[in-house]
Each structure stands twice: as C-alpha cells, then as structure tokens.
Design a protein around this ligand. Sequence first.
Ligand SMILES: *[C@@H]1O[C@H](CO)[C@@H](O)[C@H](O)[C@H]1NC(C)=O
Ligand SMILES: *[C@@H]1O[C@H](CO)[C@@H](O)[C@H](O)[C@H]1NC(C)=O
Ligand SMILES: *[C@@H]1O[C@H](CO)[C@@H](O)[C@H](O)[C@H]1NC(C)=O
Length: 774
Amino acid sequence: MGTRGLILSSALLLLLLAQPLLVFAATPPFACDPANPSTPTFGFCQKTLPVDNRANDLISRLTLEEKIQQLGDIAPAIPRLGLPNYKWWSEALHGVSGWGRGIRFNGTITAATSFPQVILSAASFNPDLWYRIGQAIGVEARAINNVGQAEGLTFWSPNVNIFRDPRWGRGQETPGEDPLTASKYAVAFVRGLQGDSPTGERRSEQLMTSACCKHYTAYDLENWKGNSRFTFNALVTAQDMEDTYQPPFKSCVQEGRATCVMCSYNRVNGVPTCADFDLLTQQARKSWGLDGYIASDCGAVNLIYGAIGYAKSPEEAVADVLKSGMDLECGDFVQKHGGSAVKQGILSQGDIDRALFNILSLRIRLGHFNGNPLQLPAGDIPPSQVCSKEHQDLALEAAKAGIVLLKNAANLLPLAKSKVTSLGVIGPNANVGYQLMGNYNGPPCKGITPLGELRNYVGDTRFEQGCNDVACNATAINAVIQLARSVDQVVVFMGLDQDQERESLDRIDLVLPGLQDKIITKAAKYAKRPIVLVLLTGGPVDITFAKNDPRMGAILWAGYPGESGALAIAQVLFGEHNPGGRLPVTWYPQEFTRVPMTDMRMRADPATGYPGRSYRFYTGKPVYEFGHGISFTSYSYEFEAEAVTSIYLNSSLAPRATADSDILSYDIASLGSDTCRHLKFSATVGVKNQGSMAGKHPVLLFSRWSSSEHGRPLKQLVGFQSVHLEAGESTRVVFPLSPCEHLSRAIDDGTRVLDKGSHYLVVGQKEHEIRFIS
Ligand SMILES: *[C@@H]1O[C@H](CO)[C@@H](O)[C@H](O)[C@H]1NC(C)=O
Ligand SMILES: *[C@@H]1O[C@H](CO)[C@@H](O)[C@H](O)[C@H]1NC(C)=O
Ligand SMILES: *[C@@H]1O[C@H](CO)[C@@H](O)[C@H](O)[C@H]1NC(C)=O
C-alpha cells in the first residue's frame, strides 16, 4: 500500500470514528468565510438580507472585467472578495455524473448510484418514482459537495426535448415522444433534484441543487446525413410549437420551478435559440416566470458568429445573446469578447448586470455565500448516502418498473427456475455492465452483467457472444447453432449501444445493426423451445421479423437499465417481478427512414405522403405502438357508470368558427381562467387485475375527437397513474381533467381552442363520450 492508500484509509477511519470529523475530508474553499476579517463588511455575505440586495451588493463590488469573467461556465475566483472559482457545468441526468466540469470522483467518493437511462424510467409512467430518483440524486450531489468533490451544484438536467424522430441519438436521454409525459417527468424530477416536496412546496430557502430544463427548444437532431445540430435550422409551425415542442419546458419552469433553462444549438425558424428574445425573455422569463438563469449549450454562442454566421462579429454575437436574455455561457466566448462589445457600444453594463443578477442570485440561493457549507442545511449529509442501500434499491425498483414486455406468446415467460436445467445466453449485449448505463452516466456503485445475474438462477448457464460486437459485422454462427441445440432454454441479448446511438450520432436505420437478426433467427431455428429476445436500446428498433416469428416466444425491451438493470432483467425472466412498463415512444417500421429527419412537422401531410410523427399523428402502422406493454397478468377497464356525459359551456360566450375548423370552437383565452376552472371534472376508471399474479400497472387515459381533421391528434394522452393490484383485485383510478388544458387543441396559428360537441375518453378498448354544449 503506497502513501496515498495510507492517507485514504486513515481518512476513512476518521470518518468512521465521528461525524464532525467530516471537516477533515477536504472542505472545499468557500466564500464568506467567517475567518476572513472582511466578511462582515460584505453585504452579499449577510444571510439576513434579501437575496436581491445581496446579489446587487456583489455586483456593485465587481469591476467590468470581473463581471464579464463571471459570465462563463468556468467562473474564476475573485480573491479580494474571498470568492473561490465556480464551475457551472455539471450533469445528473440519471445519477450524479462525471460529464461536465463540476464533479470529480477522485476522492472519498468514487461512484454514484446510476439509475436507469431516462427513457426506461419514463416507461414506468410513474411520477412518484421520477420524483424519488431526482431526490436521491440531489442528496448524493450534496454529499459529494460536502467532501469537497464538487465545484458546482448546478446540474444541466433533465433533457425534456420531445423524442420526435426514432433515429435521434439522444432520444434515450428523454422521457419520450408524448408532451404530457415529458411535462410530468420534468416536474417530478426537478422537484426531487431541487429539494422541493412532491407537490412543489419549497421546503427550505436553500435549494438542494439547481436543475436545468434543456435544450430549449425544438432540439432533437444530432448529425444525420450531414445535417449537424450545430447549424440545423428547425422549421417549426406555430401549431407544433404550441402542442408539442414547448409544453415540457413550460411545465418544467412553471410547475417544476426549475431554476435554469438551457438554450440549444439549433435555430428555430431562422433564429438561434440563444439569441431569441421572444423565446428567452418573453416566454421563459416573463410568461412562464423563470426564477433562475438561462445558460447556453456548450459552444452555442460562438456558433452564432462562426458556423451559422447569424452575427457579423464576435461582439455582435455576445450582444445578441445577452440582450435576448441568456445569462451564462457554457464556453468562453463572452469572456473573450464581452469587453470589446462594451467598447464598441453594442453591449451595456446594464445588459451585463442583468445577467449577473440572475446567476449570482442563484448561487446565493444554493448557499454559496453563507459560509462553511458543512454548517449549512444539507451540510451534514455524509458520504454514506452515496450508493446507499436505499438508493441502490431504488435503482433496481426503477429498472423493474420500466422494463416492457413486448411479446409473450404461449406464456413462455416467466421461466421456471426448477424446469430450466441449462440456459444458453447469446449476444453482444449479454456480458456487458458499463454499457447498461447509457450516456451522461456517472461511475456506477457496482458492475453487474445480465450473464452474471442469470448464472445465479441457472448453474448450467453457457455463453456465446455470437457477434464480434453490437455492430455485429462478424458472427460465430456455428457456435451459436451448437449452443442453441444443446441447452434447454435460449435467451438472446441484442440491441444497440453508444456506438450506434449517442450524442452527435443519429441512426440511419431502424433495424438491428449488422447481422444481429441472422444470429437471432439461427438461434431460434435450432433451439429446443421458443427463445427469449432481450433488447437493450434507447431508441426503438424495427423487429417485425421477431414479432411475427413463433419461434421467438418472448421479447423484452430493457432500455439502458442502469447499475441494477441486469438483476431486474433476471427477475423479470424468472417471474420474480411482473413487468408493467409501457413504451414511451412509437416503434416505427424501417420504411419510416424515408422520412427526412430534418422535417420537424408532427402532422401528417397526405398530399406528399408524409406520414406524421408520434402516436398522436403517425398514420402508418407501427411495429409496436406508444403505450404498448403486456404483463404476466391482464387488466380490464371500466368507465364509471355515473360518469359526466355533458358539460355546459359558459352560455354568455359565443363559440366561433376558426379558420381551420369544421365545427364551432371556443378560444381558451377568451373563455378565461374562471370558466376554465369551472369546467374541470374527474373521470373515474375501474381497473381490475384479471389474472393470477400481482402487478404494477400504469393506466393510460387518452382523449380523441370525433374527427382527426384539421390537424387534430388521432388521440392524446390526458392522464396516467400507476396502480399496484393483487391477483383478482380491483380499484378505481380518478383522473382530474381540465378541458381547457387536456381536451383543447392548437389550431394553425398556435391558438388553443376547445371544440364544441363530442369528445371521447379512451382507456384500453373502452370509450366514454363527453359533450360540450351551450
Ligand atoms: C481530483 O481532481 C482535481 C481536478 O483534476 C484535482 O484538482 C484534485 O487534486 C484531485 N484530487 C485528488 C484527491 O486526486
Ligand atoms: C462494421 O459495419 C459498420 C457499418 O455497419 C462499419 O462502419 C464498420 O467499419 C464495420 N466494421 C468492421 C470491423 O468491418
Ligand atoms: C361567463 O363569461 C362571462 C364573460 O366573460 C363571465 O363574466 C362569467 O363569469 C362567466 N361565467 C362562468 C360561470 O364562468
């Protein structure tokens, strides 16, 4: 053991001896140190003063050059004011991550709980679970901060862009294609991460951490056939903006009270989002009431001058973004060119102070100017809270809740441990651990593999990788055939990995990579019994061949299930968990790839054969539809007999024919908030577990219109709740509905209207009609 090991173990010993000795683990340098004789003279250090006064006090003490240097993600120390440096950029998409600059895993803490990649957690349709994941990450972040391994507590998560196109490399990071799901995910996760209660009460003046809704807005393309996210100009209609792209951001800010929004690389209708006054200032800050800061995506500001050429000089780019409402740049373009922008007279001190006020107030709210972090709220969270049993159990619960059973012909699953005497495990995704984290991960607390976990169930488990890697250009067909022939049961682990879909890389195809389908088909052909196919992917894949082949008895989608995901898969295969996840995205057929990924339109255009996007508008036949997911039992639904059937609209208002309507509609704005409140009602759905196994089941309630003409969605998710039901048990699920919000639609110009006449609530095969009359 070297000197370093000795120091580490004695530090550990001290930690074990007594809690207050935590101070001996490297306390980070902090501002407003009581030991500094100047501290009492600094207004920004006075905890009892209002945040605004403290922020203005600090601003008043800075020179112009110091101010400009604070506007980049690496904000330098200002020793004369006792300020240490600050790193704004940290990530916590599904666990505290080492991506970014603020978090280091090179001290007492070397790992953090790695929850499932977001797309899998989304499949649970369970906001309570999303909240608890956010909360656990916030606790781990503070523990990391307390041992001096965080130079920042500002996390640039969640990613709430709509998963618009199945080829998108970062779709895995998002809660899927549905605006309501993405909105509810944003609210629950942000509340957890920032330390608020599940219902949104701010429990302490000091934020646990700061969350950031990204990437604002209409960002969902990396690099597809030469179209780069850095220069892409997203052409978005007002209608799609209103009912698809903006809702998750609006909820994230308004209800989730996220303290940050990140503007994206792309342009929207010609204007770089970071230079869009309307998007940043009018909508996010004024209309939605953002209380926090607006950051740029990393390097987005220099693109505005460079690759995009929207600004004619670096100074003009800096002036554009600061005047539009961006507050903090990820990068150093503002730090480099801010001074000359002021000299040229195109940027004022006032513009800079405005931005500074937003970022410094946020740091005050994180407790950065309250003295020793170990003596503040959350200063007593010890390193043992990171990778705690509780958090690792939560990671397992989340993986189990998300896994989707796509197919289970002849009830092949669950496998009976006692009957499977030998197990053949095949595929490049079977003997992998780290790959199960997806991207934007941290170092996980533990490393387990599906193969390793299955060995715990069946002693005689044999493995053949079959493909050289996930790309699968080279195969070992004969070895696969031999293994398939010789064992009792075959389970094949296929799908994607970060070499197929990731940041900066979209897919070209939707089918499985390389020769994966050949391996699966051969294994199924020679196996004694129908095989099980487990798919590890973020985005959807076209597996029509497996769906239709009776030799492929069961298909499971497990996303990238995080550090406990391998165990979750084993538990599902052997019936220790009854899967209840439902797909948060449409699984399109390969023919969808003829649609240009650059076409942002959600709505189908029959005139040109454009099929539309997502379950709300796609007119083609999906491989598996949004919300698909079966289980080892079955559930039946019933609308309550005495349910509301007609709702009177305010008769003192006249409905009007809108430009694109076939029936009379009410403009939501003219109905007014009082009337909208008046119209609220509840729909109650009875749910019964008809099978012989307990299970957790997300109930998805949709609405549809009498026609899908004039840009109306085919259907629209209006509510979801996850219920646990014992075998034979039934329950009632109450969905509070606000017609102005849930049953309205956006017309061409983005105006929201409520149609007079019939609407239908839909759950499973059951429908219930509601009529709006006056
Ligand atoms: C961890 O990394 C940071 C940044 O590279 C460095 O400053 C620090 O000294 C390292 N800590 C240890 C214990 O190695
Ligand atoms: C495997 O196939 C991919 C395309 O599917 C190709 O880019 C790659 O170079 C191939 N690798 C090998 C080792 O042939
Ligand atoms: C109906 O609309 C009128 C005019 O806007 C308003 O004054 C009244 O409060 C509304 N009534 C209800 C029940 O919402």
